[in-house]
Design a protein. Structure first.
Length: 158
């Protein structure tokens, strides 16, 4: 019983954690968050980068194309993620196969996270190739500052 509870708790935490990653995604395919910006979060991010990094028109077009090219992948990943929660709630905890089924779902979530990480790395690499070295450095500094702000906020909520 203890092992079953541990596995179930682990899968629930994993599913909820994965849900946080996708929390901002809406049907428009953007990364979202609590600032929806009219359903075009990624385009808003590109606009912000254009201003902060002084992007050329060609760079903006290339980044927009990368966003459009990955939209279908994000939409598919979002649907797959939502199916995991449905599968988990459909399982019968009293079933003899419950532990094996939960383990299988955990493997699916793990593979989804792996694919999401690889996809994100590919997009980051493509976007980085569009930028100049100076722009990449400025972007790294922007990301670092954001991570520091997030860490301060997290620390203040503990």
């Amino acid at each position: 019983m203890k092992k079953r509870t541990l596995i179930a708790s682990g899968i629930i935490v994993t599913v909820l954690g994965t849900g946080l990653v996708f929390a901002g995604q809406r049907n428009h395919g953007g990364w979202g968050g609590h600032h929806d910006h009219g359903g075009h979060r990624i385009m808003h991010m590109i606009d912000k980068l254009e201003r902060k990094l002084d992007l050329s028109e060609q760079q903006v077009e290339q980044l927009e194309q990368i966003a459009l090219d990955t939209k279908a992948t994000r939409k598919t990943a979002r649907k797959e993620h939502m199916s995991i929660g449905m599968k988990l709630t459909a399982l019968d905890p009293a079933s003899n196969e419950y532990d094996a089924d939960v383990s299988q779902l955990a493997q699916e979530v793990s593979e989804m996270a792996r694919q999401r990480t690889l996809s994100l790395a590919m997009v980051y690499k493509q976007a980085s190739a569009v930028l100049t070295e100076q722009q990449r450095q400025e972007l790294r500094e922007m990301i670092q500052k954001r991570m520091e702000r997030m860490a301060r906020r997290a620390a203040s909520h503990q």
